[in-house]
Design a protein around this ligand. Structure first.
Ligand code: PLP
Length: 367
């Protein structure tokens, strides 16, 4: 709530707006180069958000124009020194970037399941995503860090689903935290943004240079909106997690629903590791309906659940991941529990699930 906000001097705005200027006063030739001189290299509105996120992550934060810009910067930086190990069941575009752009340049790309083991021999970078999107599996960050470091590799953790309030990977031994702040951190579905945090000043400087050279920089307005969203992250996560728990518990008892995963459930296979390393739960869960048609009926009948990709917003949404090419069942939904009233949301979801659920082979299962 307070991170990145300076105390205002007499008469200064308590809530300053974004600094939109692309260029800044350079003074006389003998004057030193000021911190801000050109909008692609730096901006006070970015810096305020970087201070806030860096404080939460426990490192130095470098803002990027999107989560993928952050992933790309890290992969390109580390790929110079050895193989890349990526999660086989994590965000699909990270794999697509590695296979599509880095492998043709000669980089060896390996995939590993989220819980490990990680093939680290000769690796320069190991990436884990925890909880993973959309599988909601969990990696033991300290174990991944130990494995990566034993092989001389860096560990990067995609912390998007957890957020900096939910998990502090740098404290658990990670060298880099990557996140899409498009999701719960900005939290209102109106911003695309990402960041990388690290405790290594040389890595942070290299990432800033890469951002400046690459040129795909965040807009000050997006940074400002995300900073405003960050102030309510704790409140939103707490309601979203309350909703996710209530939904997961209700869904477990529904005959037409299988494969319910939410790491906060004591019975979840990933619960023990997640509970050890996470500080807060969040609103992202997954479950599977028998078919694509059953997903269609569910989304058509619900009044509160939007059909949309992305997650972490105020309003609940569900996304059928097979449509994006994830290697999952056709009826798997990644569900983003929003901030609706818990009783309303559970009642809406449970009444929208058909009790006659047609299975993938066309048979009808009576619920
Ligand atoms: C969305 C997402 C990304 C990509 O972020 P964008 O902001 O959409 O570019 C990366 N990793 C994970 C886990 C994500 O959910």
């Amino acid at each position: 709530m307070h991170g990145g906000h300076r105390a205002a001097a007499l008469g200064e705005p308590l809530h300053p707006g974004p600094v939109l200027s692309s260029t800044f006063a350079l003074g006389r030739p003998a004057d030193p180069l000021p911190t801000d001189f050109y909008g692609r290299a730096g901006n006070p509105t970015w810096r305020a958000l970087e201070d806030a996120i860096g404080e939460l992550d426990g490192g130095e934060c470098v803002l990027f124009a999107s989560g993928m810009a952050a992933v790309g910067a890290v992969l390109r930086l580390a790929a110079r020194d050895g193989a890349l190990v990526l999660p086989a069941d994590g965000y699909y575009l990270a794999r697509s970037l590695a296979h599509g752009e880095l492998a043709p340049l000669g980089v060896e790309v390996r995939e590993a399941p989220t819980p490990g083991p990680w093939p680290v021999d000769g690796a320069a970078l190991v990436v884990v995503e925890t909880p993973s999107n959309p599988g909601l599996d969990v990696a033991d960050i300290a174990a991944a860090a130990a494995a990566a470091h034993a092989a001389g590799a860096l560990l990067a953790v995609d912390n998007t689903t957890a957020t900096p309030l939910g998990q502090r990977p740098l404290e658990l031994g990670a060298d880099l935290v990557i996140a899409s702040d498009t999701k719960a951190l900005a939290g209102h579905g109106d911003v695309v943004l990402g960041h990388v945090s690290t405790r290594d000043p040389a890595l942070a400087a290299a990432l800033r240079e890469s951002r400046s050279r690459g040129g795909a920089v965040p807009g000050p307005m997006e940074a400002w909106l995300a900073h405003r969203g960050l102030g309510t992250l704790d409140l939103r996560l707490s309601r979203q997690a309350e909703n996710a728990r209530a939904l997961a518990e209700a869904l477990l008892g529904h005959p037409g629903v299988t494969d319910v995963r939410w790491p906060g459930l004591p019975g979840d296979p990933a619960h023990a590791v997640a509970a050890r390393q996470m500080r807060r739960w969040n609103g992202v869960l997954r479950f599977t309906l028998p078919s694509e048609a059953a997903v269609g009926r569910f989304l058509g009948a619900s009044r509160l659940v939007g059909s949309a990709t992305s997650f972490g917003g105020l309003r609940s949404t569900a996304d059928r991941r097979a449509r994006w090419g994830d290697a999952v069942a056709p009826g798997l939904l990644r569900f983003s529990a929003g901030c609706e009233d818990p009783a309303d949301l559970v009642a809406d979801v449970m009444s929208a699930l058909p009790d006659d659920t047609t299975t993938a082979d066309g048979a009808v299962r009576r619920g």
